[in-house]
Ligand binder design. Structure first.
Ligand SMILES: [Zn+2]
Length: 370
């Protein structure tokens, strides 16, 4: 993997670049649609690549490790072949889901022992085993196992989790280097909850690994959004300029711009796809809650400024009908629109960085409705 910065906004520090992976080049800043179970829910791979032109998607190690299993995916030729997706894939370490989904988990220096939320079976995730699983998938970008504490936590608890994250990153990264997997890049994750001193210590120590990119974890765990943004900005500023910075699990359409303005290059969030399935559609003039009676006979598109298949083809009235009738087509059409909204927003930010108009563009975006 190789990262090239093409332009940096002199006012804000926002960057536009190219991330070259074994499965294609990704224009940054980039939003990565979430494909938890090796599928972006409701969207065909054909449309992800064609209609949406997503260059990279995210899949979840925890879910795929439990079902169908890393060995099975490896034996079937890896995750790209298994899901028929020849563009880039980033997988998380599984740490976040272990802490949020599994029934019981017990953390030790060795790793985290947990019980599957599917059938209660006990499993142990270690820094080495989560790298092995991601190498079995053939991920283009893999993450090291981290300990992601909830919010709020005491400084003492956050410090212990941060130190364990640093220790696991060292073990996981050394293990990865021994495997000779040139097509997979591994990113460590900066933790430290909302404490700047812990974030600073973590970022500094992880840089000793000289990894090709760094992630900012521990966000979107229940903290107020302003704090989330502040701590992401603080952490991004501690990371090496020449390497991609990935803010995990953010954000709203407006927050994308705020993170980009603070030098973040990569983001992912379930919000566009989850909100779509629940009938919340993002537009340039605010959110459309499709079940509202006002859309019952509305012949206009969801967003007149959007060029997606859904907006080119269907009326708000039809989409509302599909939603009210519980038709599965609604989820597909709504997800296509919301993802296109996110991807177009990111492409607009990138274009503004490249042509030197980012500060003005940011002001325009900040003035948009939430
Ligand atoms: Zn649309």
């Amino acid at each position: 993997m190789n990262f090239e910065i093409l332009a940096t906004c002199p006012v804000t520090g926002a960057r536009a670049g190219l991330l070259h992976t074994a499965h294609g080049t990704i224009e940054t800043p980039v939003f990565m649609p979430v494909g938890t179970q090796a599928t972006v829910k409701g969207v065909l791979q054909r449309d992800l690549a064609g209609e949406l032109d997503a260059r990279i998607i995210l899949a979840n190690t925890y879910h795929l490790f439990l079902r169908p299993g890393a060995d099975l995916i490896k034996n079937l030729g890896g995750l790209h072949k298994f899901m028929s997706w020849d563009r880039a894939i980033l997988t998380d370490s599984g740490g976040f889901q272990v802490f949020s989904l599994s029934d019981r988990c017990k953390i030790s220096d060795e790793g985290v022992l947990f019980h599957s939320h599917l059938n209660g079976d006990a499993h142990l995730f270690t820094p080495q085993s989560t790298i092995d699983a991601q190498l079995a998938f053939g991920s283009d970008i893999a993450m090291v196992l981290d300990e992601c504490p909830p919010y709020p936590v005491t400084h003492e608890v956050a410090r212990a989790a941060m130190l364990r994250t640093v220790q696991w990153a060292g073990i996981g990264y050394s293990h990865y280097l021994e495997q000779e997997a040139p097509d997979t890049a591994v990113f460590p994750i900066v933790q430290g909850s909302m404490f700047e001193d812990l974030r600073a210590e973590c970022a500094l120590r992880l840089q000793e690994l000289d990894a090709p990119g760094y992630a900012i974890g521990g966000l979107s765990v229940g903290e107020p959004r302003e704090i989330s943004l502040e701590i992401a900005a603080f952490t991004a500023g501690l990371l090496p300029c020449a390497k991609p910075r990935y803010a995990m699990g953010v954000g709203t359409p407006k927050e994308l711009a705020e993170h980009v303005a603070r030098g973040v290059d990569m983001m992912d969030c379930v919000m566009p796809s989850r909100n779509a399935r629940n009938g919340y559609l993002f537009t340039g003039s605010g959110r459309v809650i499709i079940k509202q009676a006002r859309y019952r006979d509305d012949q206009g598109p969801v967003d007149a400024d959007c060029g997606c298949y859904t907006c080119r083809t269907f009326s708000r009235a039809y989409l509302r009908h599909l939603f009210q009738a519980g038709e599965m087509l609604f989820s597909t059409l709504a997800t296509i629109h919301n993802l296109r909204h996110y991807l177009d927003r990111m492409r607009g930010l990138r274009a503004a960085i490249l042509d030197g108009t980012f500060p003005a563009f940011l002001t325009t975006v900040q003035a948009l409705p939430a």
